[in-house]
Design a protein around this ligand. Sequence first.
Ligand code: BG6
Length: 484
Amino acid sequence: MVSRVIPVDPFDLVIFGGTGDLARRKIYPGLFRRFCSGQIGPETRFIGAARTELDNKGYRKFVADAINEFYPEAANSRKKLNAFLKLISYILVDALGETGWDQLADIADADRVQAFYFSVAPRLFGDLAKRLHKHGLAEDNCRIVVEKPFGRDLESARELNRVLARHFGEHQIYRIDHYLGKETVQNLMAIRFGNMLFEPLWNSQYVDHIQITVAESVGVGGRGDYYDRSGAMRDMMQNHLMQLLCLIAMEPPAKFNPDAVRDEKLKVIRALDPVGMDDIVRGQYEGTGDRAGYRIQVGNRDSTTESFVALRANISNWRWAGTPFYLRTGKRLRDRASEIAVVFKDAPHSIFDEDAGRHRNILTIKLQPNEGIELGVTIKEPGPGGMRLIDVPLDMSFAEALGPEEADFPDAYERLIMDVIRGNQTLFMRGDEVEAAWAWTDPVIAEWETLGDEPLPYVTGGSGPDEALMLMHRDGRRWREIKA
Ligand code: BG6
């Protein structure tokens, strides 16, 4: 089975922050892969824009080095890489001054999509939008792509939305949450709304609870400064985990189109109860030497920022009242492992003897590293030992089911950039969605600040503070093991 690649029309993509980390790690390697697949043709143009003094040749070298480093398979496609580099040029642009803008306006082509990727500090978003508009680069064929963080609270997100709206229509603004570009995350919608099997059971009558885990084994690395101002609540919970929660909990949209999907997601966020302090645990990793603790990694600061957060969320609507959602995310945990587990209720009555054992169905949607779906079903233990029950997984690893080539999914950024060019906003956050998510997380953060709350320590390589385990134990439930 070979999937069809549908080429996009030639377009221009200007990357502000074109010499930055995201451009190196994700954007250019992703664009190169799309070029190799034939989705991007030779008339497309990529323009790096930044404040560094560079000529086209120097910039192409920068891009080639980035691709070689972050997509080593490029070594087998020398010719393709050279052809790709020909599409690239560089303009020195100052977001806060006049340098470069006329040049950018001169090369703009009104007959094709012009996308502007804001891969810069959020404080520059407003200036970039203003100058694009001033130079005639906010017409209907123009789109802007905005990276997270989108504000640091409701007020700043509102302000950002206001500033962007002065120069661009909502249909031109693509707010990225790269989790929405992950293959299995989109599969969540296919699983729910493409099958008859699950949706009838997808409610509080049949579902005991849902667990969402996004665990990372890495620490804050070189991003200590940014991270220490954010913490897990702002960096992961307010966006990535909230988006997963929305897709799992939303009502079926009437159509798979951007506003229908985003309307349903918004309703979920608005139906969330406020989180009480008893329902949330925050932690910070400790450690020494190779496995240095958080405070050491952020520059020996006496920081109270959390690198872990676990909470219990309740959605007050007809479908979910009574079914808790447990969400957790953290750095320096045992494994890089993200999954959503839908834990179904016990059968109402067991016809088997007590010692046959009681079992539950669990549908696990594995997001990373090994994408797949697993359905835990109860069967009879094989052999002559009488009627005993055991749980076995009906396991569908995408790599096994589809073959390694088909399961070589595009990176989230590749897919999302192609969606920008195709003009499909389904996998991007709408302004009101982002604001609603902040409205839910803000009171929690404010209360931590008021209380001067200290995060609980946890050892690196574990599963977070014990109190996070208690969050479920006290409800008679337990977290699934964090395992890649
Ligand atoms: C980013 C966060 O948005 O997502 C990082 O800022 C985090 O702190 C990253 O490490 C995780 O993304 P992924 O795709 O590796 O799960």
